[in-house]
Design a protein around this ligand. Structure first.
Ligand code: FDA
Length: 395
């Protein structure tokens, strides 16, 4: 081999939110930590997150805000490191933030503040950060041997924090999943999540020219066992539907299923048309719908749903249809547009308190690579921080 392997305590693979937090926690505990990333800098996804302002947590974060084959798995880590803990760290670094909506906390200035905070913490905790490094192999004998383009490391613990498959052009890889499989760990099937949905055929020609129009809706997807229902904005795009409501339900949707959209939550849109002497025709229906939808969306919806007559029964049907608009997405925009990857390393393989593999002691998985996927709104970073800290306290 020539050059001798460097003996350290912990190798963290991946310098995203989870890996950086884990390295900091382990470093403060006196562990000799090396954090490796193949990108030229750490925290690239943090930098583009939240429209450049990083929605770094959600003050309402609970295990119910996550999808996983085991919905209880995230509880322990989320209790160990809470939104109050990340807020304390952010405040320690003098970063100013604000609540935008629904408990979502964003930096006032820039996501760069969060990356700088983590880099400073790494430095203070004595973590060695090595970027632009290719991981060539990870083997296990008495210890882990991590062979990289920057040399070979022998460590008691390896933490895999290489993230998911979303946004491949930013360096996302399936490395973590392959490594899990190499060590005999099951990986739950991966799919793009928090992703725009695509329409095809008649739906596409009916709606996609209305690109840019938006409305507050309740969108519902999934089955009884896995059901997501969200009251947020929906946006029509040139390929289908997006906006927070749609991104949220995309995580619950599976190919072939319908999603249901209430275009007028809590409003009896056509009730005024039931009144004696009220006008009953398409333009009256459009007017009524305009109270809750942008004009062009209201017009299109009425054209496509216009009843043969305007009896009370027809108006009741129209009312029902506006609250139960069924859309059959042809697919999603895929990993290129997905904020996260759902699925991942099976939580049954991991200890919920430490994120350590049950089969391979010393091997840990944290962050997005694990089968824990948060809602839109700061939940995914909270999972990255919390799972990172849990492993950092154990390595
Ligand atoms: P992450 O992907 O951040 O980090 C993985 C690291 O591993 C990367 O640095 C990568 O370079 C490295 N790596 C990968 N393969 C490797 C290999 N083979 N060898 C070495 N290194 C390797 N969430 C949220 O809560 N609030 C928000 O505002 C947003 N906004 C947002 C916007 C956009 C556009 C996206 C795509 C995503 C978000 N998210 C979000 C989701 C959030 O970014 C995501 O959940 C976390 O970044 C996951 O953190 P991880 O550390 O697990 O992976």
């Amino acid at each position: 081999m020539g050059v001798q392997a460097q003996e350290i305590d912990v190798v963290v693979l991946g310098g995203g939110a989870a890996g950086l937090m884990c390295a900091v926690e382990a470093g403060w505990r006196g562990r000799h930590v090396v954090l490796l990333d193949h990108a030229e800098r750490v925290g690239k996804k943090i930098l583009i997150s939240g429209g450049g302002r990083c929605n770094f947590t959600n003050i309402h974060c609970r295990a119910e805000n996550f999808l996983s084959e085991n919905p209880h798995f995230a509880k322990s880590a989320l209790a160990r490191f809470t939104p109050a803990d990340i807020i304390a760290l952010v405040e320690k670094h003098g970063i100013r933030y604000h609540e935008k909506t629904l408990g979502q906390l964003f930096c006032d200035r820039s996501a760069m503040d969060v990356v700088t905070m983590l880099e400073r913490e790494c430095m203070a905790a004595g973590v060695r950060v090595v970027t632009g490094t290719k991981v060539l192999s990870v083997k296990h004998d008495a210890k882990f041997v991590v062979e990289t383009s920057a040399g070979t490391f022998r460590a008691k613990s390896v933490v895999v924090a290489t993230g998911g498959l979303s946004i491949p052009k930013m360096g996302a890889t399936g490395f973590g999943y392959s490594l899990a499989e190499q060590f005999g760990l099951r990986v739950a099937e991966c799919r793009p999540a928090l992703v725009p949905l695509v329409m095809s055929g008649e739906d596409a020609s009916a709606w996609c020219d209305l690109t840019g129009l938006s409305a507050e809706v309740v969108a519902v997807a999934g089955t009884k066992r896995r059901r997501g229902s969200f009251r947020e904005k929906m946006l029509v795009t040139h390929r289908g539907l997006s906006g927070p409501a749609i991104l949220q339900v995309s995580s619950y949707w599976r190919a072939g299923e319908k999603i249901e959209i209430d275009l007028a939550p809590n409003v009896a849109v056509f009730a005024p048309m039931l009144a004696k002497n009220a006008r009953r025709d398409a333009s009256a229906a459009v007017n009524a719908l305009r109270a809750v939808l942008p004009g062009r969306l209201a017009e299109r919806w009425v054209v496509l749903h216009e009843p043969k007559d305007w009896t009370n029964a027809s108006l009741a049907t129209l009312e029902r249809e506006v609250h139960e608009w069924h859309v059959s997405p042809a697919g999603t925009e895929g990993y290129a547009k997905a904020e996260v990857t759902a699925g991942g390393v099976d939580t049954a393989e991991l200890d919920a308190k430490t994120m350590e593999s049950r089969k391979v002691p010393g091997l840990y998985f944290i962050g997005e690579v694990v089968d824990v996927t948060g809602w839109l709104g700061g939940y995914n970073f909270q999972w990255a921080w919390a799972s990172g800290v849990s492993a950092g306290q154990a390595v």
